[in-house]
Design a binder for this molecule. Structure first.
Ligand code: CTP
Length: 411
């Protein structure tokens, strides 16, 4: 990735244009040099001064400003990434048909870098055959058109068409800068289940045994799978404050046993959707839970507290392997530290053999690595003996390598 990637942020004229200011702030804060290209309609929603102040760069909409520097050709040519958020139905139509009637669409024609469209429109517009055809055309040419989020739209409507959360768009923008081919539509028609976050094992109504998992890696796996076309169920235990990924069905679970029920049910599916094609256990599941759950808050009474008695939780990954349907791909995670008996990789290989899954992502933890941080690195070990080092990058990048390996096993 270049040291200060040059990003063009196109903004089309929809009510969600106000969220592009938040996306712009995220992109500039992570060191990108961002030039904003709003359409004339976008400036009806957000003033040019907002974009100029946040980007530190001038804002033009037409091709006749600053003509000597030929911006309608140069900006697209020099960009490392173009992000269009929100992309309205009209903008997608103009982009699909190669129109060049403003600076944004002209730049889309000269850009040779990855292009990410984040759509936002009413559900009827998103589902209209014209928009479906335009999205398919753009995707067939290599552009990434995100699946929109579902939820409340302007007015009383709800349904798919909401702009994905700005944090999610920024995450995928970073991913495309790290790896231009990270989001093919190769999981279309597949159902996948991902678990994320850390379980909490209750001691009494206010206390629990927990762990440091933020859920970021599992959310990145779910987000990348959804944008690669899969139908995704994300079973989420406790996480940092993370927005639900767009186009993902999110199920909440608290304890290890609740997570087990939710994951097994999601993997089983039902008559309508069928079983899952793949399951990735990224959750940090507590190995132990307290034997006794106090019904009232445990009080101190001056005497020594009772020692905590623990019992072992079921191993969900082992259960999944045991119940695996033919062709289903089961992926585990292992957070390891080296010790006297072997290094991280040695422990990873042993765990892969013990658990019996198809793929195991091994992370080295400790010294501020992996937990509660945006980046991750490790190894991807296969039951077939394959071994791939995953160099440090975003959690979305690691997710994209995991899905490559899963897709290769689908054949
Ligand atoms: N896992 C699980 N159920 C458990 C514990 C772990 O499904 N009760 C899954 C995790 O989601 C992860 C993998 O197993 O995908 C490995 O988790 P880890 O905690 O590293 O493994 P453990 O079996 O707990 O081994 P260790 O003795 O190293 O703690």
């Amino acid at each position: 990735m270049p040291s200060s990637p040059s990003v063009l942020l196109g903004v089309a004229g929809g009510i969600a244009a106000y969220k592009s200011a938040e996306l712009l702030r995220r992109l500039t804060e992570t060191g990108h040099s961002v030039r904003v290209l709003p359409t004339a309609a976008a400036l009806e929603f957000v003033g040019a001064a907002t974009f100029e102040a946040l980007s530190g760069q001038p804002v033009h909409t037409g091709v006749f400003s600053d003509v000597p520097s030929v911006p309608h050709v140069r900006l697209g040519q020099q960009a490392d990434l173009v992000v269009v958020a929100p992309a309205t139905a009209d903008l997608l139509a103009r982009a699909a048909h190669g129109r060049a009637d403003d600076l944004l669409t002209a730049s889309l024609l000269t850009a040779r870098c990855p292009v990410l469209f984040a759509p936002a429109m009413h559900t009827e517009m998103w589902e209209h055959p014209a928009t479906r055809a335009n999205v398919a055309l753009l995707r067939s040419r290599g552009a990434v058109v995100m699946e929109p989020a579902s939820g409340r739209l302007t007015g009383r409507d709800t349904g798919p068409g909401r702009l994905p959360d700005p944090a999610e768009i920024a995450d995928l923008a970073r991913l495309l800068l790290e790896r231009a081919d990270a989001l093919p539509r190769d999981l279309a028609g597949r159902r996948v289940v991902v678990s994320a976050g850390g379980t909490r094992e209750a001691l009494d109504p206010v206390r629990f045994l927990g762990n440091r998992s933020s859920g970021r890696q599992g959310y990145a796996l779910a987000r990348v799978a959804a944008q690669r076309g899969a139908a995704v169920t994300l079973v989420s235990a406790h996480t940092a404050e993370l927005a639900d990924p767009a186009a993902v069905d999110v199920v909440r679970a608290g304890s290890a046993r609740e997570l087990r029920e939710a994951v097994l049910a999601a993997v089983r599916g039902d008559a309508a959707v069928g079983g899952a094609d793949a399951v990735v256990m990224a959750a940090a599941v507590a190995d132990f839970r307290p034997v006794d759950l106090a019904t009232h808050k445990i009080k101190k009474d001056g005497s020594e507290p009772e020692p905590l008695r623990l019992t072992t939780n079921p191993d969900i990954l082992v259960d999944l392997v045991r119940q695996r349907a033919p062709g289903q791909v089961v992926v585990g995670f292992a957070a390891e530290t080296g010790d006297g008996s072997g290094d991280v990789l040695h422990h990873g290989r042993a765990k892969l053999a013990r658990k019996g899954c198809d793929l195991l992502v091994v992370n080295a933890v400790g010294d501020g690595r992996a937990f509660e941080v945006p980046d991750n690195a490790g190894w991807l070990l296969g039951a077939d003996g394959s071994e791939r080092e995953l160099t440090s990058g975003s959690k979305a990048l690691l997710a994209s390598h995991v899905w490559d390996a899963v897709a290769a096993r689908f054949g």
